[in-house]
Design a protein. Sequence first.
Length: 180
Amino acid sequence: MTEQPMVCYRHPTKETTLRCNRCDKPICAQCARRTPTGYRCPDCIREMGKVFVTARWYDYITAFLTAMILALIAALLVGLLGSGLGLFFIFIIVAAATAVGSLIAEAVRRVVGKRRARPLFITATAGVVVGGLIPNLPLLVTVFLMGELGGLLALLWPGVFIFLAASTTYVRLSGIQIGR
Ligand SMILES: [Zn+2]
Ligand SMILES: [Zn+2]
């Protein structure tokens, strides 16, 4: 028995040697879509797109609020701890910011479940920034609205903290889908 020539699943007249590397269906060169992990059929491409935008509208609100409230609490605690620790404070800031970022990412993941989308990660990250800024609002007002630039130094640590916490949150959230 001779082996049947493989034909594209969408074009039964086109012989091919290519297969989708996700579902293994034969695809012709015209149907094959090149991805970072190899050739995929149009069906798989479409399905991957769907998975990526499964977040619902309310996920954005819950993700933002979860991130904002946790970041606000963390920023208040760090502000309290910070008074009187001097230079040693920098270690606490760095350690606390990465821990807080991971914790917020985990909390957001719990809240939105398996649904995910890149704009959702950005929304949660924005929540971290807003939450972290709230305790520093009086300082921001004196520095930027009243022009008291002496306060800039006092904004340095909250700034470092917010930046580290927010970037950790984003990396943790978006990193989850790399292995999927
Ligand atoms: Zn496929
Ligand atoms: Zn085809």
